[in-house]
Design a protein around this ligand. Sequence first.
Ligand SMILES: [Zn+2]
Length: 307
Amino acid sequence: MPVAFITHPACRRHQMGLGHPEQPARLDVIEELLHVRQLFDFLHHHDAPRASVEQLARVHPRAHIEHVAEQSPAEGLIRLDPDTVMCPETLEAALRAAGANVLATDLVIGGQVRRAFCNVRPPGHHAERAQAMGFCFFNNVAVGAAHALEAHGLERVAILDFDVHLGNGTEDIFRGDRRVLICSSFQYPLYPGQNPGSVPGHIVNCPLPPGAGSEAFRSAVTRHWLPALEEFAPQMLFISAGFDGHAADDMAELRLSTADYAWITDLASGVADRHARGRIVSTLEGGYELSALAASAVAHIDRLMTG
Ligand SMILES: [Zn+2]
């Protein structure tokens, strides 16, 4: 069964300012390496649609959606938060990034593909219910997970977040919603400066100290994520795929390797195969050192295709 690759040209037109690490080239280097590895032609390619207000409103108050739309500048840059900047193309990119998750969810649940990767920006996992922050405007993965629950009637979905930063937005949105199991690993201390602890059977947070490395990462995931996932038996998996924990990425100091991203993809695939008919929707979050990002994301996509 094929894997979908969903993106949109608008996601390349979103700019946060010259020299900003969250840059359009991030998407390009992933596609280029997929070509080099001769994987690109084996993926099913789709343009991301815009998420509708109704789809966004499952996880964001309408006032937040309207606020982001109203702030959209006709020219120049406008700052929604110290780290989160809009240019005239940002709103369109943010709608397509969230819409990619809706399409991915429809394709995977509809059985057209087994898995999907959304090569989109802006990222989403810092976007809280009512707050754009940390390069994020709408919570792309949360929009997809809510679509699986509300439009397709799934009863249990898991969200795995291995970005080096805590996915505070995703936890803000789903905290208390027992249909969702969130498994997260992140460096602490680090942005966004929260270490909220775990809620058994619902939120599994694995903070890791700077310098932790592969062994500590894999051990935490094996000891804490895996039993929770087996117990929860999700009907579908979503992945917030951030690659900024890589040793070559100076955004943080977790010191992970490209092989760690292949490893965790295999782990997710195993859970998906045992409980969720193999269904995984994965979405790009962070990852800023371009060659490490490309290598890690392509290792991840490769394992989604073969695992
Ligand atoms: Zn990150």
